[in-house]
Ligand binder design. Structure first.
Ligand code: SF4
Length: 322
């Protein structure tokens, strides 16, 4: 049986349940790389240009790790997931970036592009299946099935307040339920917030410090879309719109006591959106902290900053109660 390798990075943290269900419905085995480790990061860093952001460097490391264990690497080119907006340029050029690794494995690179009547996800799925030797009708059926499964997955995250890895593994993982504890919105791209190897274990440290972390992925699409309307101009990037809209929704409804935004050094979209979010938090008098990571970032330094932030939150909440 053919084995398709799906690297555990970037949009894996958004669409893996969809991709997995699609390939399984086609009778194609799926292999993923393991969690981001120091070795994976180092391998990616050694093969990437210096200017690349940390998630792209990590992604390259995952491709190298996985190439030995699969027949083809699945590296989609996600140009646009809605009309009138795009994803980050690094996601647009991902097949070329990975191609430069010369892993010896062919790349399966479906193109998803909703702009100007371009290739929709279902077209991309059919093209991908045909490339792997499956027929169009079977591919369309597999895609519909996978889409249903994916919708159930995303709704379950929103309803139960779970986190990606736990939900994929079928574990209920809602953190502490103690309502007296401060809630902190951990804002960032899905591949920053959910990848412990990149985010320095921010969620685990917050839980240890008695904080209830809140994920932007818990905000339903209609809510972040409505939150993003507060921007003075329409943003070109869908995922950044989602981040701002989710932060606006959570902050306006008083569903968090603080915001920690985790960004990657060298990320253009993040540098713009983080400023919008900071101003929004300031306007609502919600404490905000930005944590920027790159391959040199150390966990000890991040923990010191998290502890100081949580101390400040606890004092604020204490003052409010007295
Ligand atoms: S949005 Fe930023 S972090 Fe994400 S891939 Fe693009 S440059 Fe990297």
């Amino acid at each position: 049986m053919m084995v398709v390798g799906i690297p555990r990075g970037l949009l894996f943290y958004e669409y893996y349940p969809l991709w997995r269900a699609f390939f399984q419905a086609l009778g194609i085995a799926v292999e993923t790389s393991g969690p981001t480790s120091r070795a994976v990061l180092d391998a990616g860093v050694s093969r990437a240009v210096d200017e690349a952001c940390l998630p792209v460097k990590a992604y390259l490391g995952h491709c190298l790790e996985l190439a030995e264990r699969c027949d083809a690497l699945f590296v989609p080119r996600v140009v646009s997931v809605e009309r009138g907006a795009y994803t980050c340029p690094k996601l647009l050029g991902l097949p070329e970036i990975v191609g430069s690794l010369r892993t010896g494995r062919p790349l399966v690179t479906p193109v998803v592009d909703y702009t100007r009547g371009g290739s929709r996800a279902v077209d991309a799925a059919i093209a991908c299946a045909r490339r792997l030797g499956c027929g169009s009708v079977r591919a369309a059926w597999a895609y519909v099935r996978a889409r249903l499964e994916y919708r159930t997955f995303t709704e379950s995250l929103q309803v139960a307040g779970g986190w990606f890895e736990g939900a994929v593994a079928g574990r209920a993982e809602t953190g502490t339920a103690d309502r007296a504890r401060p809630r902190v919105l951990v804002l960032g791209h899905v591949y920053m917030v959910n990848d412990r190897g990149i985010n320095l274990g921010i969620r685990e440290h917050l839980l240890r410090l008695g904080v209830r972390p809140v994920a932007p992925q818990w905000v339903a699409r209609r809510n972040w879309t409505s939150g993003a309307r507060a921007l003075p101009k329409k943003l070109f990037w869908t995922y950044e719109k989602q981040l701002f809209g989710a932060a606006k929704h959570v902050v306006d409804r008083g569903e968090c006591d603080g915001v920690i935004q985790i960004t990657s050094f060298g990320c253009g979209p993040d540098s713009l959106v983080s400023e919008f979010v900071r101003r929004e938090a300031e306007r609502s008098r919600v404490p905000y902290m930005a944590l920027t990571v790159d391959e040199h970032a150390g966990e000890a330094g991040a923990v010191t900053r998290l502890e100081a932030f949580v101390d400040m939150l606890a004092r604020r909440l204490g003052d409010r109660e007295t």
